[in-house]
Design a protein around this ligand. Structure first.
Ligand code: WT7
Length: 654
């Protein structure tokens, strides 16, 4: 039985626990019915719950494939996340509970966060940052990351957060593509007891980023950085965050932003070698993340919400910063690795901080499973009331383990499907309403129109097909920074004559009960431990090495990571295939992109399997990497190439 068939015969059901249902924000299916009857009116109602400076009179305006929402309305995201709460009893409530990897902790109340944001917004203004300017943020998971993002939002600057695990070259490309004027970084961050030398990486990037005028450097821990990692400050360009903050005024008038003004750009991998700058809006994005945070995570005033994602990914933007703060919730922020100093770390933190809602990735759950129940079982997890997952399909065994060992069979699980492009959760159970099935993301949330279609865009009521979104939604991406044509081509050109149909890039199945089962990407995008990586990106990194003539990269199933990277490489004349060269190439990819993109396997080969027209047949390479019998090889120019490769791969594996 194939994995997919196994998934679809999954017949365990988990109704929403009555104790949860009694207090849940959404426990009445009428919301969904009303939203389905008139999605535009539904989103207008949701958007009205935000604080607007100028109320909007328009809802959706749609000239496919470009949408606007609430176009004539004006608002500021930071006032919605902060000022709204400091006028109420929430003023002294914890907004952020931070724990650094070394064990240092800091709690910022809404008032304190508001003051920090206003001060830093003034710092940015004093550095010449104006509305619409781009600001790059390359920080560890520390409160300053949220402060910097919200400070940009306060003055209308567009932030571009770059994950701290990305290499100097990746940082450089993202800065240059969006022409950032300021870079905010730290001297270092802690990861598995080591210092990640962020400023040193930033310096390497800044040798070739002509748009950068200033670099602000957070001192992560005074005295903790070694000689080697200690930041070298360049006069006139670099300044310490804490120095700049000393003189900053406490009041900062928020910029009046149009609903459609960009809030941020976030780069994500696509099917070409060049990451795409996904552009998100102000009003629509905030409407989407605020609504879904409240409905899916059921946020209450006494909750402690821990979304374990890094702010460098969209999950960190939408469910560490904007969604929870707009709802006045308390969020955890953790800097380091889940197994440092030992494998109790996450559960120890849940217990010590009284976490009530825990949202993480299946790859992490599979690692927890492997480490064993003894770790969570040593801790009191009785405050947990809701669990969530995101980033990749969750296998039913991992779901059941999460349910039993972490949730003690008491907590609902929300398996949330969405993407950088959707900005907010699209398919997910409503924890006070939906009966769940392990491995299924269940149903689209109220207000979304999702359809499964075949290659001719015909709807499929039951069975397998491609996931599409058939109506615009407020938090949808607005374009790709500097490349609107790529936006049209990537998302709205799959079916000629249907510029209204959003192609998500995922395959999915609908079962007899109308439950959605997400099967994964159908394009050349990999999902390695919940991180999105383009095969072409890794290929272009590899061919940048002097020894490499040609490279083909595919994903292969991996027990923990979901997918791992396998690379097939042909060498240039004069280079010999050695294990030293293999190691060098892995490191080289790490330096070019970041450690997350290092291939697990590299196979040297004299030739790659190609069609007669010269197209590399990745399908066959995936068969090889996953140890399957080779599929149809009749279209190959030279079928002997692939048989030889398979033999060689298997020899290397053993
Ligand atoms: C891709 C988007 C959205 C935040 C994290 C990833 C996969 C995401 C699920 C899920 C199955 C999922 C899809 C999607 N994905 N959530 N619950 N079940 N697959 O954001 O980096 O933009 O990646 O992640 O393949 O297209 P991203």
């Amino acid at each position: 039985m194939s994995e997919i068939d196994a998934l679809l015969t999954e017949n365990r059901r988990f109704p929403s626990p009555p104790a949860f249902q009694r207090v849940a924000t959404v426990s009445d299916a009428a919301v969904a019915t009303a939203a389905a009857a008139d999605p535009d009116a539904y989103w207008v109602t949701m958007a009205r719950q935000l604080e607007w400076i100028t109320p909007f009179t328009k809802g959706l305006e749609w000239t496919a494939p470009f949408a606007t929402w609430f176009r004539d309305g004006q608002l500021n995201v930071s006032t919605n996340c902060l000022d709204r709460h400091i006028r109420t009893a929430r003023r002294n409530k914890a907004a952020i509970i931070f724990e650094g990897e070394p064990g240092d902790t800091r709690t910022l109340t809404y008032w304190q966060l508001y003051i920090e944001v206003c001060k830093f917004a003034n710092v940015l203004r004093s550095l010449g940052v104006r509305k619409g300017d781009r600001v790059a943020i390359y920080l560890p998971m520390i409160p300053e990351a949220a402060v910097a993002m919200l400070a940009c939002a306060r003055i209308g600057a567009i932030h571009n957060v770059v994950f701290g695990g990305f290499s100097p070259e990746s940082l450089r490309d993202r800065i240059n593509d969006s022409q950032c004027r300021v870079l905010i970084t730290a001297d270092g961050g802690f990861r598995r007891g080591q210092v990640v030398p962020l400023k040193r990486n930033a310096d390497a990037a800044m040798t070739d980023t002509p748009s950068i005028e200033h670099c602000v450097v957070v001192q992560r821990r005074a005295g903790a950085m070694s000689e080697e990692t200690h930041a070298q400050m360049q006069d006139g360009r670099d300044a310490w965050w804490h120095r700049l903050m000393q003189k900053a005024p406490l009041q900062c008038e928020p910029a009046v932003m149009d609903a459609e003004d960009p809030l941020f750009i976030l780069y994500t991998s696509g099917t070409t070698g060049k990451p795409k700058g996904i552009v998100h809006s102000t009003g629509g994005y905030l409407t989407g993340v605020t609504t879904t945070s409240r409905q899916v995570f059921d946020l209450k005033d006494d909750d402690v919400f821990w979304c374990t994602a890094d702010v460098g990914w969209v999950t960190g933007h939408s469910y560490v910063v904007y969604g929870p703060l707009a709802n006045g919730a308390t969020c955890m922020l953790y800097e380091g690795a889940p197994d440092w100093p030992d494998k109790n770390r996450m559960w120890d933190m849940c217990e010590r901080h009284g976490v009530t809602i825990f949202y993480t990735a299946p790859t992490a759950i599979r690692a927890f499973m492997k480490w064993g129940e003894k770790h969570p079982n040593q801790h009191d997890l009785s405050r947990l009331r809701l669990l969530g997952t995101v980033g990749e399909p969750i296998n039913p065994e991992a779901w059941m383990w999460y349910h039993r060992v972490i949730g003690k069979e008491r907590c609902p699980i929300v398996d949330t499907w969405w993407q950088t492009e959707t900005g907010a959760i699209v398919i997910s159970p409503l924890p006070g309403l939906t009966e769940t099935k392990p491995g299924s993301a269940t149903h689209p949330l109220p207000g979304y129109s999702v359809a499964l279609v075949d290659t001719h865009a015909q709807p499929i009521p039951v069975g397998g097909g491609l996931l599409t979104i058939t109506r615009p939604w407020p938090s949808m991406l607005r374009t790709i920074w500097g490349d609107p044509q790529r936006y049209v081509d990537t998302y709205f050109s799959k079916w000629p004559g249907r510029p209204d149909l959003y192609f998500a890039g995922d395959g999915a199945k609908l079962d007899d009960d109308g439950y959605w089962w997400i099967l994964g990407r159908v394009d050349d995008v990999l999902n390695v431990a919940g991180h999105r990586i383009g095969t072409m990106e890794v290929e272009s990194a590899l061919v940048g090495h002097p020894s490499v003539a040609e490279a083909a990269v595919v994903g292969k199933d991996h027990e923990l990571k979901g997918q791992a990277i396998a690379a097939f490489v042909t060498l240039r004349e004069g280079f010999t295939a050695t294990s030293a060269l293999r190691d060098e190439l892995r490191e080289f990819v790490g330096e070019k992109i970041g450690a997350i993109a290092k291939p697990d396997d590299i196979l040297f080969s004299a030739d790659l399997p190609k069609t007669r027209s010269g197209k590399i047949m990745r399908r066959l390479l995936r068969d090889i990497a996953e140890g399957r019998a080779l599929g149809d090889t009749t279209t190959l120019a030279d079928p002997s190439v692939v048989a030889g490769l398979k033999e060689q791969y298997e020899a290397q594996e053993s």
